[in-house]
Design a protein around this ligand. Structure first.
Ligand code: IPT
Length: 969
C-alpha cells in the first residue's frame, strides 16, 4: 500500500452527483471482520485472503478508535507527527477490513455495477475478489469503483486496508479528533444500461420576470437521452437538456424553501430531484439572492456525536437542524469538509444558506512558517483539484448551496487558485469562498475570521468611500465584494461576548452579509465512568503526546446537543423580528429583519407585569411590514406605568408565529422587546433591638473578623469582597486585540486577586447599627479595597446591609467583578429571582435575557461546562430567594440592582479542576452579589472584552435586605 504520494486516489470513476434513483442499491453496512496493525511494515501481507475468522469485528460505518481499537486523539493546528510531507510516521495504525457477501439479485440483474464509499479516513486500498479496485484520498468525499466485471454471483470478498495517517493527512488537518476508519456507508449499486449516470440541474431564477430558467444536463449511459417531468409545473415528459423558461415559479430561499419534485427518466431508470429555483449574485458589493440582499445568520457545523464521532445519524442530523431553525439560524458553513450527503437534502428542505466546504486544510504547515505547504506545490495540484471535483459534483444539485468553499486555513498557493478556477468554470451559478485568499484575487466574497469589531466597521466603511487614487487592481476588485465572517464569536466556555455589537455592524453596512459563529457543537468524546455515568473527555485525556486540550470543547450546544446559553443569546441577536418599546410606552416599533418574508405569519402580544403579577395583556394589530422594514404600533393605555412598583413594572412585547413550521409549533417567539421600570422598594424601619459587636437583631457576627455567622438561625458566612472569577476559557486567552498583554487569567493571578486577604479595620456598634470596616488586599502587592458595611436590625428574621466599597489607588489590573461573597451551608436547591433571565447573562452576553420572575432549579444555576469555569451570573437582579438544603436566604435591593451568581462550587475549586466530573462536592452554597462585572469577550479566538465592558478599579455602593426564610417556605 502506497501512503506517501502527493497524488489523489486511483481507480475510481469520475465524480458525479448523488442521485435518488429507482435503480437497485444494496447496503454493505453492518458488522465486518477487522484487525488493526501498529504500522504498515508490520501489517501482514496475506491480509486479503487469510482466514479472517479469528479477527475482531467492527461496525461499518464507524471509527475503529471509538470501537475499542486504540483511542482517539485531538490536535488542532499542530500535526501529530513530524512535518515531513508526504510521509506519515512509521507508528501509523493500519486497519484491515474484510466482508464476504452475496450481491442481491436486483444488483446482479444489471451488468453495470458500482461500489461506493462515502467516507474513509484517511487512505484506503480497495480489493474485490482479489482484484485491486484502487485507492481513496479525501476522507469526507465519495469514491466509486466500477465492479462490473468483478462482482460475482456467489460469495464476494471485499478487502479494504485503511491507513490512519497518509499523505492525505497533510491536507486534512482540520481542528477535530483524528478518527480513522470506514465511517460512512458502503453501497453496491446496480446500474441499468441506458441509465442516468449524472445530472446537473441548473435552476436559475429571474426575479424581475418572476421566471424560473431550468436547464438539466443528463449524462446517459450509451449516449441516450432523458426526459423530464415536473407535474406541479405542468412539465410532462419533455426532453431534458433543453432550456425551459417557466413563468410564475416560486423561488427557493432559506426563508421559503420552495422545492419542486422532478423526475428525470430514461427507458431503464428514473431519478427524482428536488429543484429550487434561485439566483446568487454579487452586485454593488452586496450578496444577493433572487435580487434581494441576504443576511447569513450562520454557524460552522462539524459532524460530531460524542460516542460515534463523525458517523452520520439521520435523526440526530435532522433534529439538530430543527434546533438551529428554532434559534433563527439560517446558514451553515460545512466546516471543514462536505457533510454526509443526506444533510444536503435537509438543508434544501428546511431552508439554509450553505457554504459547502471542500475537505481541505493544510494548517499544520503554519507551525513551520508554511514551508513546503502543499497549496503552493504543483506536485499536489491533482490532489487539490480532485477534492474540489468530488465536492462540487456530489452536491451540485442542491439549491441550498450558494457558495463553494475551497477549504480552510491552507494559506495560499496556485493549487487553491486552480481549484477556484475549475469550480467557477464548472459551476458559474455559485460563488467561490476561501478565507485564506487574503487579497481576494480568486474569490467572489471577502471573507475573514475573527476580525475585531473596529475592523469590521472599517471594512463596511470602505465601500462607502471613493477608492484611494493609489488603490491596486486587487484592492479595487476587493472593494466590489460583499463581506462575511466565515468564523466569529468563538463559542468556547462562558461566552461568546459582544455578538450584538458584531450584529449591529453587520446591519449597519450594506456590504456586510453576516457570519458564522464558531462553532455549532462541542466535540467532546463520551466515555463511561466507573459507575456507568457519562464523562466527556477532551484532548490529552487519551494520553496523546501532541494535543490541544479542551480547545475541541467549543460550541453553541454541548456534545449531546443541549443548548448552551450562548445559543440563546445568539438567537436573540439574530432574531428575525426586532421589537423596540418607546421609553414612555406609547408605541412599539417592530422591525422585520427577514430578507424575503413579510410578517403575515406573526402576531404581536404584549403583557404588563407589576411586581410579578400580570396586570394587563393584549394583542396588537400589525400593519403590513415588508422585509427589511419597520412599522410602529401604538400601545394601549393599560400597558403604561402608573403605580409605583416595589420591584419592577415590566412591559414585554413578543412577536410569535401564528402558523406551525417543521421546527416549531405556532406561538414560537421570533422577536421580543421590553420596557422595564425599576421599583422603589419601601425603606424598612429599624427595629428596636440594640446593636452589639456580635449581634444585630437576628444577625450574629464573629467579632474577630466582623463577618456574619448566622441570620435567624441560618448559617451564613460573609460577605467577603471579591473581584476575581474562576477564569473562563476566554479569560485564559490573549485575544487578537491584546497581544501586548498576558491573558486576564494570568494578569489576575499576578495581581493576586484570586487570593485576597481581609483585615478587620474597625467594628463599632451604636447609633442603631453595627459598622464593620474592612480592608481586602492582594498578597505581595499594595492594592486593596476598603469596605464599610453598616448592619441594621429590621425584623426578627431580617437585617439591612448598607455597603460602600472603595478601592485604593494602587490598582493596575482590571477586575472580573466587584462583589460581595457569601457562603451558606448545604448545597443549593435553586433560586427564585426577579431580574434578567432565565438564562445566565453577563454585561456583553445578555441579548436573550428578559426581566422576569424566574424560578431556577439547582441545575439551572450554573452551566455544567466540561472544563469548569465561572458561569451562571444573572444581571439586573432586584430580588432573589436562594434555596439551600439548610434554608432560604432572601436578598432584595433597596436601591440599585445587582448581578447574582449562586453555585455549588467555590471559585477556587472551579479554577483548579480540569473536568466537570472531577469537581469535589463541597456541600455548600456560594452566593455572589456583584455590584459590577466585566464582560466575557471572545478572546479564545477574536477580540477580548471590548473596552466599554472592561472593569477597571472603581467604587460602588448598595443597600440590601437579607432575610432568612424557612426551608419549607
Ligand atoms: C480557526 C479554524 O478555522 C477553526 O477550524 C478552529 O480551529 C478555530 O480556529 C478555533 O477553534 S483558525 C484560528 C487560527 C483562527
Amino acid at each position: 500500500m502506497e501512503i506517501a504520494t502527493t497524488r489523489p486516489g486511483s481507480g475510481t470513476i469520475p465524480p458525479r452527483a448523488r442521485l435518488h434513483s429507482d435503480a437497485p442499491q444494496q447496503s454493505l453496512d453492518g458488522a465486518w471482520r477487522f484487525r488493526v496493525s501498529p504500522s504498515l511494515r508490520t501489517a501482514p501481507d496475506e491480509w486479503r485472503d487469510e482466514d479472517a475468522a479469528d479477527w475482531g469485528t467492527i461496525e461499518v460505518p464507524g471509527h475503529w478508535n471509538l470501537q475499542g481499537y486504540g483511542s482517539p486523539a485531538y490536535s488542532n493546528v499542530q500535526m501529530p507527527f513530524p512535518v515531513d510531507p508526504p510521509h506519515p510516521p512509521d507508528a501509523n495504525r493500519i486497519g484491515d477490513y474484510r466482508l464476504d457477501f452475496h450481491a442481491s439479485p436486483e444488483v446482479l440483474a444489471h451488468g453495470r455495477r458500482l461500489l461506493r464509499f462515502d467516507g474513509i479516513e484517511s487512505a484506503a486500498e480497495v480489493w474485490l475478489n482479489d482484484t485491486l479496485l484502487g485507492t481513496t484520498r479525501g476522507s469526507r468525499l465519495t469514491h466509486e469503483f466500477d465492479v462490473s466485471g468483478i462482482l460475482a454471483d456467489g460469495v464476494n470478498r471485499l478487502a479494504v486496508r485503511v491507513a490512519q495517517f497518509s499523505d492525505a493527512t497533510y491536507l486534512e488537518n482540520q481542528d477535530m479528533w483524528w478518527l480513522p476508519g470506514i465511517f460512512r456507508s458502503v453501497t453496491l449499486l446496480g446500474r441499468p444500461d441506458g441509465g442516468i449516470d449524472d445530472l446537473f440541474v441548473h435552476a436559475d431564477y429571474d426575479a424581475t420576470a418572476s421566471e424560473g430558467i431550468l436547464d438539466i444536463t443528463a449524462v446517459v449511459d450509451q449516449g441516450g437521452s432523458a426526459r423530464l417531468t415536473i407535474a406541479e409545473l405542468g412539465i410532462d415528459d419533455v426532453p431534458a437538456g433543453e432550456t425551459l423558461r417557466i413563468p410564475g415559479v416560486e423561488p427557493w430561499s432559506a426563508e421559503r424553501p420552495r422545492l419542486y419534485g422532478a423526475t428525470v427518466r430514461t427507458g431503464s431508470e428514473a431519478v427524482t430531484v428536488r429543484i429550487g429555483f434561485r439566483r446568487v449574485e454579487v452586485r454593488d458589493a452586496r450578496l444577493l439572492v433572487n435580487g434581494a440582499p441576504i443576511m447569513l445568520r450562520g454557524v460552522n457545523r462539524h459532524e460530531h456525536r460524542p460516542r460515534h464521532g463523525r458517523v452520520f445519524d439521520a435523526t440526530v442530523a435532522r433534529d439538530e437542524l430543527l434546533l438551529m431553525k428554532r434559534h433563527h439560524i439560517n446558514a451553515v458553513r460545512t466546516s471543514h469538509y462536505p457533510p454526509h450527503p443526506d444533510v444536503l437534502d435537509l438543508f434544501d428542505e428546511l431552508g439554509f444558506w450553505v457554504i459547502d466546504e471542500c475537505d481541505l486544510e493544510t494548517h499544520g504547515f503554519e507551525h513551520v512558517g508554511w514551508r513546503g505547504n502543499p497549496s503552493a506545490d504543483p506536485a499536489w495540484r491533482d490532489a487539490f483539484l480532485d477534492r474540489m471535483r468530488r465536492t462540487v459534483h456530489r452536491d451540485k444539485n442542491h439549491a441550498s448551496v450558494i457558495m463553494w468553499s475551497l477549504g480552510n486555513e491552507s494559506h495560499s498557493g496556485s493549487n487553491l487558485e486552480a481549484m477556484a478556477r475549475w469550480a467557477k468554470l464548472t459551476d458559474p451559478s455559485r460563488l467561490i469562498h476561501y478565507e485564506g485568499d487574503h487579497a481576494s484575487r480568486y474569490v467572489d466574497v471577502y471573507s475573514r475570521m475573527y476580525a475585531p469589531h473596529d475592523e469590521v466597521r472599517e471594512i463596511g466603511e470602505e465601500t462607502l468611500r471613493p477608492a484611494p487614487h493609489d488603490a491596486t487592481p486587487a484592492e479595487m476588485h476587493r472593494r466590489t465584494l460583499p463581506f462575511l465572517q466565515c468564523e466569529f464569536g468563538h463559542a468556547m466556555g462562558t461566552g461568546p461576548g459582544a455578538l450584538q455589537e458584531y450584529w449591529d455592524l453587520f446591519e449597519a453596512y450594506p456590504r456586510h452579509a453576516g457570519g458564522f459563529v464558531w462553532e455549532w457543537v462541542e466535540q467532546g468524546i463520551a466515555v463511561d465512568g466507573p459507575s456507568g455515568e457519562t464523562r466527556i473527555l477532551y484532548g490529552g485525556d487519551f494520553g496523546e503526546d501532541v494535543h490541544d486540550g479542551n480547545f475541541v470543547i467549543d460550541g453553541l450546544v454541548d456534545a449531546h446537543r443541549n443548548p448552551r446559553p450562548g445559543l440563546l443569546h445568539y438567537a436573540a441577536v439574530i432574531a428575525p423580528v426586532a421589537v423596540n418599546v418607546d421609553a414612555d410606552r406609547s408605541a412599539v416599533h417592530v422591525a422585520n429583519r427577514y430578507d424575503f418574508l413579510g410578517l403575515a405569519h406573526v402576531a404581536v402580544h404584549w403583557r404588563r407585569v407589576v411586581d410579578g403579577e400580570v396586570t394587563a395583556s393584549g394583542t396588537l394589530d400589525l400593519p403590513p411590514c415588508p422585509p427589511r422594514s419597520t412599522v410602529s404600533v401604538d400601545l394601549p393605555e393599560e400597558s403604561r406605568t402608573d403605580a409605583a412598583p416595589r420591584v419592577a413594572d415590566v412591559l414585554t412585547v413578543e412577536a410569535v408565529t401564528t402558523v406551525a413550521a417543521p421546527w416549531a409549533d405556532a406561538g414560537h417567539v421570533v422577536g421580543s422587546g421590553q420596557h422595564v421600570t425599576e421599583g422603589h422598594p419601601a425603606q424598612p424601619a429599624a427595629s428596636a433591638a440594640e446593636p452589639r459587636e456580635d449581634s444585630v437583631g437576628a444577625a450574629r457576627f464573629d467579632v474577630a473578623t466582623g463577618g456574619l455567622q448566622a441570620l435567624a438561625g441560618l448559617a451564613i458566612a460573609g460577605p467577603t469582597v471579591g473581584v476575581w472569577r474562576a477564569p473562563t476559557d476566554n479569560d485564559r486567552d490573549l485575544g487578537n486585540d491584546e497581544l501586548d498583554l498576558p491573558s486576564y487569567a494570568d494578569r489576575w493571578r499576578a495581581a493576586g486577586i484570586d487570593r485576597m486577604v481581609t483585615r478587620l479595620v474597625d467594628l463599632s456598634a451604636g447609633d442603631g447599627g453595627l459598622v464593620v470596616r474592612t480592608r481586602t488586599g492582594t498578597p505581595i502587592l499594595a492594592s486593596a479595597i476598603d469596605a464599610r458595611l453598616r448592619w441594621t436590625a429590621i425584623a426578627d428574621d431580617a437585617v439591612r446591609l448598607d455597603v460602600e466599597l472603595e478601592p485604593n489607588d494602587a490598582w493596575t489590573t482590571e477586575w472580573a467583578r466587584l462583589g460581595l461573597d457569601f457562603v451558606l451551608d448545604g448545597e443549593p436547591l435553586g433560586a427564585d429571582i426577579a431580574g434578567y433571565g432565565p438564562m445566565p447573562s453577563y454585561p456583553d452576553l445578555r441579548s436573550a435575557a428578559r426581566f422576569g420572575w424566574w424560578h431556577l432549579d439547582a441545575d439551572d444555576l450554573t452551566v455544567d461546562n466540561v472544563r469548569p469555569q465561572e458561569s451562571g451570573s444573572r444581571v439586573g437582579v432586584r430580588d432573589a430567594r436562594i434555596r439551600t438544603r439548610s434554608g432560604a436566604l432572601h436578598v432584595s435591593t433597596l436601591d440599585r440592582s445587582f448581578a447574582l451568581t449562586v453555585s455549588r462550587h467555590s471559585r477556587q475549586a472551579l479554577a483548579a479542576t480540569a473536568h466537570n466530573w472531577e469537581l469535589p462536592a463541597e456541600g455548600r452554597t456560594f452566593v455572589s452579589i456583584d455590584l459590577a462585572q466585566s464582560g466575557v469577550g471572545t478572546a479564545t479566538c477574536g477580540p477580548g472584552v471590548l473596552p466599554r465592558y472592561r472593569l477597571p478599579a472603581r467604587s460602588a455602593a448598595i443597600s440590601l435586605v437579607l432575610r432568612h426564610e424557612p426551608a419549607s417556605a
